[in-house]
Design a protein around this ligand. Sequence first.
Ligand code: MF3
Ligand code: CO
Ligand code: CO
Length: 237
Amino acid sequence: MHAAGRAAADTLTHVGRQLAPGMTTADVDRLVTEHTRSLGGVPAQFGYHGFPASVCTSVNHVVCHGIPSARHVLSDGDIINVDVTTQLNGYHGDTSQTFIIGDASEAARRVVDVARRCRAAGIAAVRHGARLGDIGAAIEALARAEGCSVVRDYGGHGIGRAMHQDPHVSHVGVPGKGLRLKAGMAITIEPMINLGSPDVEQLDDGWTVVTADGSLSAQFEHTLIVTPTGAEITTLA
Ligand code: MF3
Ligand code: CO
Ligand code: CO
């Protein structure tokens, strides 16, 4: 899990350094494919339930599962979530960041900052004996305090030999409720934070999820292992 997590994080860092206006999201896909393979890994999202690319690229009002395209050119002021899942030696690392292209609006920078801090707040709630509801409640409280909303229709997940395993890790919840975490469990925390309403819609391509009101959305994801006193993040570069 540590080797796979490190590989996914290194690929995300590699791509993040090269993002610039004028690049297409298909360029991002090519970078992810090449870099993942150079580390001896496999891009786990490719072909997953028919997903047609190695990486999800979700720009501006796209919440998640954006499909890379040679027609989608990145512009100054865009925000783009790049979500990398690497399989290495049979285990998975899953991590994403939302990057700012050039100079973005204050609103864009704010939703990105809140999403990053929501991931941190969720991770801070993790330890042996804590409940899944503690994670969601921590994320929801911070998002609300910042005037943002939390997407309810998609969540984190268990991860290991498969990319997606039980349990479902909601980013909203009630403290003290839900499954009890145990040391050694591996999960992702990947809150999707919207500037407007939490409602989302899926496009006719069967993948792309967008905010229903067209507002900006940002997301950050780590894979982690529950420990007796906290969490060990596997997806650090
Ligand atoms: N990496 C995504 C996640 O965080 C999974 C996307 S599945 C895909 O769970 F098929 F869209 F790639
Ligand atoms: Co992911
Ligand atoms: Co995930």
